[in-house]
Design a protein around this ligand. Structure first.
Ligand code: F3S
Length: 392
């Protein structure tokens, strides 16, 4: 891989051990994937934040780094609401470690906004054609597909290294030739709300890491695209998809010849199979906000909850910026007894592990909750989730 004179100096340790390690990681990735050079990035989104996921080894690694990030960098959700962690049922011991992780990232100049939807917080992190180093799979999918920016599925250390150097290796989805669709997916029914998560759940399993091109009968909103991409990135490894007539790069390509059709029956089965698998019993936690709720999603929940009292534990996960910018919506949701948590989510926080069965409106959460939290999961529409929350 070609390195500039300046990059060579960093590799030789002239800026210290942290930058040397960071560029070594980028060069190693570049060598593996046959990159020709390093390219500048506009922003980084760094995973490896929850103490539940990275533990003491991760904390030690981040704490040992000395330097500052070179581009705007934001964190993935942590293992707890950084302010209301007691209300989540988080232990003192966990909270202490989690705060140390946040402090270590802050010392590196990373913005302490812990969210998987950074594009809903800052307008200037990613635009069409920008190169990025993002590492949360749903954010990657949204950046590539809905914004038309360019990022690979970076691991936490790769994204942090890219943030420190301000560059990433030029391979994969940074290159035009890897952004072409390879499979047409036609959907034979109209979809709305959680149907897009159910579609993503099926499609991800079918396509793995290919680039699907969707031909849909309904026009998805940005939140529905967020949900589709998140589920596909969880059940498969989809980092980029196109939707005919909707996403920014779809018009550049002809629909691929290889095609499959997903039928309404298959979408319904995703909802029903969840009920069949869990057997008798009912959800004891209803959780929204995977990926983190947008202002429109908060408004829809506030509308459904107005004048009502929830009888079950209800969590709405979002970013702190979105919570702070929408105090009236948050007030209406919390008046019902539902809790709005920031900086974290139902999957990466250990707080959800005390429940037996979670009902979610997210295909991604439905995929991850059983495996990562040891909690049964039911997928349902937003309205059905609220109906369940209101029952004894
Ligand atoms: Fe975000 Fe957590 Fe879902 S990080 S995409 S809310 S699993």
């Amino acid at each position: 891989m070609y390195l500039t004179h300046e990059e060579e100096k960093i590799l030789n340790g002239e800026r210290g051990a942290t930058y040397q390690k960071a560029i070594e990681i980028l060069v190693a990735l570049g060598d593996i994937y046959d990159a020709d050079r390093l390219i500048p990035i506009k922003s980084a989104q760094i995973a490896g934040v929850s103490y539940k996921t990275i533990g003491d080894a991760g904390l030690e690694w981040i704490s040992d780094l000395k330097g500052k990030v070179a581009v705007p960098s934001i964190l993935n959700p942590a293992g707890m609401d950084l302010e209301c962690w007691r209300e989540m049922g988080i232990s003192q011991e966990f909270a202490k470690k989690q705060k140390e992780i946040i402090k270590a990232y802050k010392a590196l100049g990373v913005q302490i906004e812990c969210s998987c939807t950074p594009y809903n917080i800052y307008d200037d992190l990613a635009s069409i054609g920008d190169h990025l180093a993002w590492s949360e799979s749903s954010a990657i999918s949204y950046a590539n597909s809905v914004i038309g920016a360019r990022t690979n599925r970076e691991g936490g250390p790769g994204a942090l290294s890219a943030a420190l150097i301000g560059k990433t290796a030029n391979y994969g989805f940074h290159l035009d030739e890897n952004r072409k669709p390879d499979l047409l997916i036609q959907v034979d029914s109209k979809l709305s709300d959680s149907d897009y998560g159910a579609l993503g759940y099926i499609a991800g399993e079918m396509v793995g890491d290919k680039v699907p091109f969707f031909r849909l009968k309904s026009r998805p909103s940005k939140d529905e695209l967020k949900s589709l991409g998140a589920a596909m990135a969880a059940s498969g490894a989809v980092a980029l998809y196109h939707v005919e007539g909707v996403t920014p790069e779809a018009g550049q390509y002809d629909a691929p010849r290889d095609a499959i059709t997903i039928e309404e029956r298959q979408i319904k089965e995703v909802y029903e199979s969840a009920y069949l698998n869990i057997g008798p019993g009912k959800p004891d936690l209803i959780a929204f906000g995977c990926p983190h709720s947008s202002p429109d999603e908060l408004a829809s929940l506030a509308h459904l909850l107005d004048g009502k009292k929830v009888k079950k534990e209800v969590w709405v996960c979002t970013s702190r910026a979105i919570k702070d910018r929408n105090p009236e919506l948050v007030k209406r949701i919390e008046k019902s007894g539902a809790k709005v948590f920031c900086d974290t989510c139902m999957v990466v926080s250990p707080a959800s592990e005390r429940f037996k069965c979670m009902m979610v409106n997210s295909g991604k959460a439905h995929k991850y909750v059983p495996n990562l939290c040891g909690v049964k999961s039911i997928l349902a529409s937003t309205e059905k989730c609220i109906e369940e929350a209101l029952k004894e």
